[in-house]
Design a binder for this molecule. Structure first.
Ligand code: OAD
Length: 236
Protein backbone atom coordinates (compact mmCIF):
# COMPACT_ATOMS: atom_id res chain seq x y z
CA UNK A 1 0.00 0.00 0.00
CA UNK A 2 2.04 2.95 -1.24
CA UNK A 3 -0.89 4.86 -2.70
CA UNK A 4 -1.59 8.36 -1.37
CA UNK A 5 -5.21 8.57 -0.23
CA UNK A 6 -7.43 11.65 -0.02
CA UNK A 7 -10.52 10.49 1.81
CA UNK A 8 -10.60 7.77 4.46
CA UNK A 9 -13.58 6.19 6.19
CA UNK A 10 -12.76 4.04 9.22
CA UNK A 11 -15.33 1.73 10.79
CA UNK A 12 -14.61 0.52 14.32
CA UNK A 13 -16.22 -2.14 16.49
CA UNK A 14 -15.89 -3.61 19.96
CA UNK A 15 -12.45 -5.13 19.20
CA UNK A 16 -10.77 -1.70 19.30
CA UNK A 17 -11.90 -1.24 22.92
CA UNK A 18 -11.23 -4.83 24.03
CA UNK A 19 -7.77 -4.00 25.36
CA UNK A 20 -9.30 -1.13 27.37
CA UNK A 21 -11.20 -3.77 29.33
CA UNK A 22 -14.59 -3.31 27.67
CA UNK A 23 -16.10 -6.62 26.67
CA UNK A 24 -16.76 -7.52 23.06
CA UNK A 25 -20.08 -9.14 22.13
CA UNK A 26 -19.41 -12.35 20.23
CA UNK A 27 -15.97 -13.52 21.35
CA UNK A 28 -15.56 -16.31 23.92
CA UNK A 29 -16.91 -14.75 27.18
CA UNK A 30 -18.43 -11.90 25.09
CA UNK A 31 -21.49 -10.03 26.35
CA UNK A 32 -23.90 -11.96 24.11
CA UNK A 33 -22.66 -15.25 25.57
CA UNK A 34 -23.74 -14.05 29.05
CA UNK A 35 -26.87 -12.02 28.24
CA UNK A 36 -29.74 -12.64 25.86
CA UNK A 37 -29.62 -9.74 23.42
CA UNK A 38 -33.39 -10.07 22.87
CA UNK A 39 -33.88 -9.26 26.56
CA UNK A 40 -31.39 -6.39 26.94
CA UNK A 41 -30.92 -4.89 23.47
CA UNK A 42 -34.36 -4.67 21.86
CA UNK A 43 -37.29 -2.24 22.37
CA UNK A 44 -39.47 -5.29 23.16
CA UNK A 45 -37.06 -6.45 25.88
CA UNK A 46 -37.12 -2.95 27.41
CA UNK A 47 -40.94 -2.89 27.36
CA UNK A 48 -41.06 -6.33 29.06
CA UNK A 49 -38.42 -5.74 31.73
CA UNK A 50 -37.02 -2.19 31.92
CA UNK A 51 -35.26 -2.88 35.26
CA UNK A 52 -33.18 -5.67 33.68
CA UNK A 53 -32.23 -3.43 30.75
CA UNK A 54 -31.31 -0.53 33.06
CA UNK A 55 -29.18 -2.90 35.19
CA UNK A 56 -27.35 -4.13 32.07
CA UNK A 57 -26.53 -0.62 30.82
CA UNK A 58 -25.78 0.69 34.33
CA UNK A 59 -23.10 -2.00 34.66
CA UNK A 60 -21.66 -1.15 31.25
CA UNK A 61 -21.73 2.60 32.02
CA UNK A 62 -19.84 2.07 35.30
CA UNK A 63 -17.30 -0.10 33.49
CA UNK A 64 -16.83 2.60 30.82
CA UNK A 65 -16.36 5.43 33.32
CA UNK A 66 -13.47 3.43 34.86
CA UNK A 67 -11.86 2.51 31.49
CA UNK A 68 -9.18 4.40 29.52
CA UNK A 69 -8.54 4.74 25.81
CA UNK A 70 -5.73 2.63 24.38
CA UNK A 71 -2.96 3.01 21.77
CA UNK A 72 -5.34 2.13 18.92
CA UNK A 73 -7.77 4.94 19.80
CA UNK A 74 -4.83 7.34 20.17
CA UNK A 75 -3.38 6.36 16.77
CA UNK A 76 -6.71 7.06 15.02
CA UNK A 77 -6.95 10.48 16.69
CA UNK A 78 -3.40 11.23 15.51
CA UNK A 79 -4.39 10.17 11.98
CA UNK A 80 -7.30 12.62 12.00
CA UNK A 81 -5.02 15.42 13.21
CA UNK A 82 -2.06 14.79 10.86
CA UNK A 83 -3.53 13.28 7.68
CA UNK A 84 -3.54 15.61 4.67
CA UNK A 85 -7.13 14.81 3.59
CA UNK A 86 -10.48 13.75 5.06
CA UNK A 87 -10.79 11.19 7.82
CA UNK A 88 -14.22 10.12 9.07
CA UNK A 89 -14.49 7.70 11.95
CA UNK A 90 -17.72 5.70 12.07
CA UNK A 91 -18.05 3.61 15.19
CA UNK A 92 -20.48 0.91 16.22
CA UNK A 93 -19.21 1.37 19.76
CA UNK A 94 -21.29 3.17 22.36
CA UNK A 95 -18.20 3.98 24.47
CA UNK A 96 -16.51 7.41 24.34
CA UNK A 97 -12.92 6.16 24.09
CA UNK A 98 -12.37 7.63 20.60
CA UNK A 99 -13.37 11.08 21.93
CA UNK A 100 -11.16 10.69 24.98
CA UNK A 101 -8.23 9.90 22.67
CA UNK A 102 -8.93 13.13 20.75
CA UNK A 103 -10.99 12.08 17.70
CA UNK A 104 -13.43 14.82 16.73
CA UNK A 105 -14.84 13.77 13.34
CA UNK A 106 -16.78 10.80 14.65
CA UNK A 107 -20.23 9.28 14.16
CA UNK A 108 -21.67 6.90 16.75
CA UNK A 109 -24.01 4.89 14.53
CA UNK A 110 -25.24 2.75 17.49
CA UNK A 111 -25.63 5.67 19.91
CA UNK A 112 -23.73 6.60 23.06
CA UNK A 113 -23.70 4.97 26.48
CA UNK A 114 -22.96 8.25 28.25
CA UNK A 115 -26.16 9.81 26.92
CA UNK A 116 -29.78 9.13 27.82
CA UNK A 117 -32.98 9.93 25.96
CA UNK A 118 -36.37 10.86 27.34
CA UNK A 119 -39.19 9.03 25.55
CA UNK A 120 -41.64 11.65 26.85
CA UNK A 121 -39.97 14.86 25.61
CA UNK A 122 -37.29 13.52 23.21
CA UNK A 123 -34.41 15.29 24.96
CA UNK A 124 -30.96 13.67 24.66
CA UNK A 125 -28.81 14.40 27.72
CA UNK A 126 -25.26 13.63 28.88
CA UNK A 127 -25.41 11.07 31.73
CA UNK A 128 -22.75 9.28 33.78
CA UNK A 129 -24.85 7.91 36.66
CA UNK A 130 -27.06 4.86 37.05
CA UNK A 131 -30.52 5.11 35.54
CA UNK A 132 -33.73 3.46 36.80
CA UNK A 133 -37.49 3.78 36.61
CA UNK A 134 -37.46 6.33 39.45
CA UNK A 135 -35.17 8.73 37.55
CA UNK A 136 -36.84 12.01 36.58
CA UNK A 137 -36.04 13.68 33.26
CA UNK A 138 -34.07 16.88 34.00
CA UNK A 139 -35.65 18.47 30.90
CA UNK A 140 -39.39 17.75 31.30
CA UNK A 141 -39.60 16.51 34.93
CA UNK A 142 -41.48 13.34 33.90
CA UNK A 143 -40.38 10.22 35.78
CA UNK A 144 -39.79 6.73 34.36
CA UNK A 145 -39.51 7.52 30.64
CA UNK A 146 -35.72 7.72 30.31
CA UNK A 147 -33.74 5.13 28.34
CA UNK A 148 -30.11 4.71 27.27
CA UNK A 149 -29.37 6.62 24.05
CA UNK A 150 -28.23 3.45 22.31
CA UNK A 151 -29.58 1.83 19.16
CA UNK A 152 -31.24 -1.51 19.87
CA UNK A 153 -31.85 -4.37 17.42
CA UNK A 154 -34.87 -3.45 15.33
CA UNK A 155 -34.11 0.29 15.56
CA UNK A 156 -32.59 2.50 12.89
CA UNK A 157 -28.84 3.22 13.24
CA UNK A 158 -27.95 6.92 13.38
CA UNK A 159 -26.30 9.20 10.74
CA UNK A 160 -26.80 6.68 7.91
CA UNK A 161 -27.25 9.26 5.15
CA UNK A 162 -24.02 11.06 6.04
CA UNK A 163 -22.18 7.74 6.41
CA UNK A 164 -23.28 6.48 2.97
CA UNK A 165 -22.29 9.86 1.45
CA UNK A 166 -18.79 9.49 2.93
CA UNK A 167 -18.53 5.84 1.81
CA UNK A 168 -19.44 6.90 -1.72
CA UNK A 169 -16.57 9.41 -1.82
CA UNK A 170 -13.79 7.60 0.06
CA UNK A 171 -10.71 6.11 -1.59
CA UNK A 172 -9.77 4.06 1.49
CA UNK A 173 -12.15 2.08 3.71
CA UNK A 174 -10.73 0.53 6.87
CA UNK A 175 -12.62 -1.80 9.19
CA UNK A 176 -11.17 -2.33 12.68
CA UNK A 177 -12.20 -4.75 15.43
CA UNK A 178 -15.61 -5.81 14.18
CA UNK A 179 -16.92 -9.32 13.53
CA UNK A 180 -18.88 -8.18 10.47
CA UNK A 181 -22.07 -9.81 11.72
CA UNK A 182 -24.31 -6.79 12.25
CA UNK A 183 -25.85 -4.85 9.35
CA UNK A 184 -25.82 -2.20 8.01
CA UNK A 185 -22.16 -1.79 9.13
CA UNK A 186 -21.28 -5.30 7.94
CA UNK A 187 -22.39 -4.28 4.43
CA UNK A 188 -20.17 -1.18 4.12
CA UNK A 189 -17.23 -3.06 2.57
CA UNK A 190 -19.46 -4.51 -0.16
CA UNK A 191 -20.94 -1.06 -0.85
CA UNK A 192 -17.46 0.44 -1.21
CA UNK A 193 -16.20 -2.44 -3.38
CA UNK A 194 -19.16 -2.17 -5.73
CA UNK A 195 -17.85 1.26 -6.84
CA UNK A 196 -14.43 -0.28 -7.41
CA UNK A 197 -12.49 2.91 -6.59
CA UNK A 198 -11.40 2.48 -3.00
CA UNK A 199 -8.80 0.31 -1.32
CA UNK A 200 -10.28 -1.81 1.50
CA UNK A 201 -8.43 -3.00 4.60
CA UNK A 202 -9.48 -5.14 7.55
CA UNK A 203 -7.59 -4.92 10.87
CA UNK A 204 -8.86 -7.44 13.39
CA UNK A 205 -7.74 -10.11 15.80
CA UNK A 206 -9.16 -12.85 13.53
CA UNK A 207 -10.71 -12.88 10.07
CA UNK A 208 -14.21 -11.40 10.29
CA UNK A 209 -17.27 -12.85 8.53
CA UNK A 210 -16.63 -10.56 5.56
CA UNK A 211 -12.84 -10.91 5.44
CA UNK A 212 -12.77 -12.16 1.84
CA UNK A 213 -14.24 -8.85 0.64
CA UNK A 214 -11.23 -6.86 1.86
CA UNK A 215 -8.29 -6.34 -0.50
CA UNK A 216 -5.83 -6.20 2.41
CA UNK A 217 -6.02 -7.88 5.83
CA UNK A 218 -3.86 -7.35 8.89
CA UNK A 219 -4.44 -9.55 11.94
CA UNK A 220 -3.33 -8.90 15.52
CA UNK A 221 -4.36 -6.99 18.65
CA UNK A 222 -5.64 -3.49 17.82
CA UNK A 223 -3.09 -1.79 20.10
CA UNK A 224 -0.33 -3.26 17.92
CA UNK A 225 -1.70 -3.31 14.39
CA UNK A 226 -3.54 0.04 14.38
CA UNK A 227 -0.58 2.29 15.37
CA UNK A 228 1.65 0.55 12.78
CA UNK A 229 -1.00 0.96 10.08
CA UNK A 230 -1.52 4.64 10.92
CA UNK A 231 2.23 5.23 10.81
CA UNK A 232 2.27 3.73 7.30
CA UNK A 233 -0.58 6.00 6.16
CA UNK A 234 1.13 9.09 7.53
CA UNK A 235 4.49 8.22 5.97
CA UNK A 236 3.27 8.13 2.35
P1 OAD B 1 -18.21 -8.33 18.08
O1 OAD B 1 -18.09 -8.75 19.50
O2 OAD B 1 -19.24 -8.97 17.23
O3 OAD B 1 -16.80 -8.52 17.34
C1 OAD B 1 -15.61 -8.05 17.91
C2 OAD B 1 -14.47 -8.35 16.96
O4 OAD B 1 -13.30 -7.80 17.55
C3 OAD B 1 -14.20 -9.84 16.71
O5 OAD B 1 -14.07 -10.07 15.31
C4 OAD B 1 -12.87 -10.10 17.43
O6 OAD B 1 -12.04 -11.02 16.74
C5 OAD B 1 -12.24 -8.71 17.40
N1 OAD B 1 -11.31 -8.47 18.52
C6 OAD B 1 -11.36 -8.93 19.80
N2 OAD B 1 -10.33 -8.47 20.52
C7 OAD B 1 -9.59 -7.69 19.69
C8 OAD B 1 -8.39 -6.93 19.83
N3 OAD B 1 -7.72 -6.86 20.98
N4 OAD B 1 -7.92 -6.27 18.74
C9 OAD B 1 -8.58 -6.33 17.55
N5 OAD B 1 -9.72 -7.02 17.37
C10 OAD B 1 -10.22 -7.69 18.41
O7 OAD B 1 -18.38 -6.73 18.11
P2 OAD B 1 -18.90 -5.75 16.94
O8 OAD B 1 -18.52 -6.28 15.61
O9 OAD B 1 -18.49 -4.39 17.31
O10 OAD B 1 -24.65 -3.53 18.52
O11 OAD B 1 -20.47 -5.88 17.13
C11 OAD B 1 -21.31 -5.12 16.32
C12 OAD B 1 -22.56 -4.74 17.07
O12 OAD B 1 -23.15 -5.93 17.63
C13 OAD B 1 -22.32 -3.88 18.30
O13 OAD B 1 -22.23 -2.51 17.98
C14 OAD B 1 -23.51 -4.15 19.14
C15 OAD B 1 -23.53 -5.64 19.01
O14 OAD B 1 -24.71 -6.28 19.23
C16 OAD B 1 -25.74 -3.22 19.26
O15 OAD B 1 -25.79 -3.43 20.46
C17 OAD B 1 -26.83 -2.59 18.47
Amino acid sequence: MTRRFKSIVILTGAGISAESGLGTFRDKDGLWTKYDLNEVATPEGFARNPELVHDFYNARRRNLVEASCNAAHVALAELEQKFDGDVLLVTQNVDDLHERAGSARLMHMHGELLKIRCEACGSVLAWREDLDLATTCPACAITGRLRPHVVWFGEMPLYMEAIYDALALCDLFVSIGTSGQVYPAAGFVADVRRRGLAHTVELNLDPSDGFSLFAEKIYGPATQVVPTFVERLLSV
